[in-house]
Design a protein around this ligand. Structure first.
Ligand SMILES: Cc1cc2nc3c(=O)[nH]c(=O)nc-3n(C[C@H](O)[C@H](O)[C@H](O)COP(=O)(O)OP(=O)(O)OC[C@H]3O[C@@H](n4cnc5c(N)ncnc54)[C@H](O)[C@@H]3O)c2cc1C
Ligand code: FES
Ligand code: FES
Length: 480
């Protein structure tokens, strides 16, 4: 049973079809057709809705955009689903809607509900809204006819004159309703959509449904449904596994629960490794990062996933759990073949452990993609270098887009140790090794020859950028 608020109305829904997306639920079961379907793949933002959830302290609500076309119903349990129909009322529009009218931000109108919902989440965020923040908040929404300037102006003008709205007025009632709805335990007898709340329940569910897929944020898995026309008989959702959502910073490590949303992961990781900021910002779009999890990105084992090269270069390890015992596996030993890992059928990723930055460690991440925004990597390269007295004492690496799995380059890592970093031999050796280390494929994103050349170029860039202590890269390029 999924329990949530649809706008102000409590809903208890027995989900018999685990493939039901939030978008289909709204349009087909609730006749709320304000939320549009454009791509059904998380790319256009026409389907954007806002999900509000109590903060961990339980005294505020956090408003986040998600793409309803690839969100499954389990993601709503204990949350408030806010749709465009509920922002204004018969007498007046919500300030973000009024600003859109005043700034001529809509023409055909198909994208408009999605933009309104993104602007609404920004209106309810605690950030100081400037132009950059507005662009960031709207980054998952595409418009083919109006042009973005009036839409950005509308978001800016609404946020410049923020006044408490009806959502603020009802905040306390909403929080208490959500805490009550969320505290109801999942049904033990559910067969189609199973939502365990602890590791024992999860292990039992996996044992009794050996063919069922696990689902986290569903930003990969739902594409099998909406694009691949696949139908799952049973899904086991990790959405209620509170223990998988924790992020802890210890003296020497960052410990990140597999179910932590990528936006939260980005905040924690970039505190320690600020050089990774742009890689995270260029990971999909804001609504996807609100939904997608770190565990999903790693378990998916895509050769073009963006966090696996980071995990390889930072020598992260993964805690795998089967309900009875946990084992720790180095990220370097995790990927065994194309979309294959060492995980046993009865295991899941519980936690990711990333060592903290060392004093002489320099880290850089480069994502090369055809588009700057919301695009998958053609090549991703992450380097971590330790220099003592001008000499390389350690180099670790991680790459995406160049092999069947995310990979590191042991040859490069060994060849550089002991060399003086400023010696051009470091440059030449690295370029030569990387240009020949892998046998990438030709595909729509890039040719094999381009990928090899890019790797060598990125090494050149990394070497140049790290010749002095002051030169720390702050930008990630899209075209090498
Ligand atoms: C528009 C769009 C843009 C994207 N852009 C990027 C991008 O820039 N970079 C990038 O790397 N990816 C990108 N992705 C892919 C996707 O968003 C990420 O891979 C995401 O991190 C997947 O996480 P999830 O929680 O949504 O996984 P899900 O879709 O829920 O699951 C993915 C797979 O992992 C398994 N799984 C999930 N959690 C666990 C766990 N804890 N233990 C074991 N197995 C588990 C599931 O069974 C499933 O097989 C994009 C996707 C879309 C739709
Ligand atoms: S319909 Fe395009 S992102 Fe959902
Ligand atoms: S107003 Fe037509 S797509 Fe944006």
């Amino acid at each position: 049973m999924v329990r949530f608020l649809l706008n102000d109305e409590p809903v208890e829904l027995q989900v018999n079809d685990p493939n039901l997306t939030v978008l289909r639920y709204l349009r087909e079961q609730q006749s709320q057709c304000g939320t549009k379907e454009g791509c059904a793949a998380g790319d256009c933002g026409a389907c954007t809705v806002v999900v509000a959830a109590p903060t961990p302290t339980g005294d505020e609500l956090q408003y986040r955009t998600i793409n309803s076309c690839i969100a499954l119903m389990s993601s709503l349990h204990g949350k408030q689903l806010i749709t465009v129909e509920n922002l204004g009322n018969a007498k007046s529009l919500h300030p973000v809607q009024q600003a859109m009218v005043d700034n001529h931000g809509s023409q055909c109108g198909f994208c408009t509900p999605g933009f309104i919902m993104s602007a609404f989440a920004l209106y309810h965020s605690s950030v100081e809204v400037d132009r950059e923040e507005a662009i960031h908040a709207l980054s998952g929404n595409l418009c083919r006819c109006t042009g973005y300037r009036p839409i950005i102006d509308a978001a800016l003008s609404a946020c410049a004159q923020r006044q408490p709205d009806q959502f603020d007025a009802q905040k306390e009632q909403t929080i208490s309703a959500l805490l009550k709805l969320g505290s109801s335990c999942a049904d033990k007898d559910a067969q189609a959509l199973i939502m365990p709340t602890n590791r024992q329940q999860l292990a039992d569910a996996m044992a009794s449904h050996p063919l069922a897929k696990l689902v986290a944020g569903s930003t990969d898995l739902a594409l099998d449904i909406t694009q691949g026309q696949q139908q799952f008989d049973t899904l086991i959702s990790l959405s209620q596994m509170a223990e998988l959502k924790q992020i802890e910073i210890t003296e020497h490590t960052l410990e990140i629960g597999a179910m932590a949303a990528l936006n939260d992961v980005a905040c924690a990781v970039t505190e320690v490794y600020p050089q990774l900021q742009e890689l995270f910002t260029r990971f999909a779009s804001l609504p996807i990062r609100n939904q997608a999890t770190l565990g999903g990105n790693i378990a998916n084992a895509s050769p073009i996933g963006d966090t696996p090269p980071v995990m390889l270069a930072l020598e992260a390890s993964l805690v795998l759990d089967n309900g009875e015992e946990c084992r720790t596996v180095a990220a370097r030993d995790f990927f065994t073949g194309y979309r294959q890992t060492v995980m046993a059928k009865n295991e899941w990723i519980r936690r990711v452990i990333i060592p903290k930055k060392q004093p002489n460690q320099r880290v850089a991440a480069y994502k090369i993609s055809k588009r700057q925004e919301d695009d998958i990597s053609a090549v991703c390269a992450v380097f971590s270098l330790t220099i003592e007295n001008h000499v390389v004492t350690k180099l670790t690496s991680g790459f995406g887009g160049v092999a069947a799995t995310p990979v590191c380059c042991p040859e490069l890592e060994q060849a550089l140790v002991g060399l003086t970093w400023s010696d051009p031999t470091c440059l030449a050796t690295g370029k030569q090794i990387l240009a020949n280390a892998f046998s990438p494929i030709d595909d729509v994103r890039a040719s094999a020859a381009y990928r090899k050349q890019v790797l060598a170029n990125l090494w050149h860039r990394f070497w140049l950028e790290h010749q002095t202590d002051n030169l720390i890269p702050t930008r990630v390029v899209s075209h090498a």
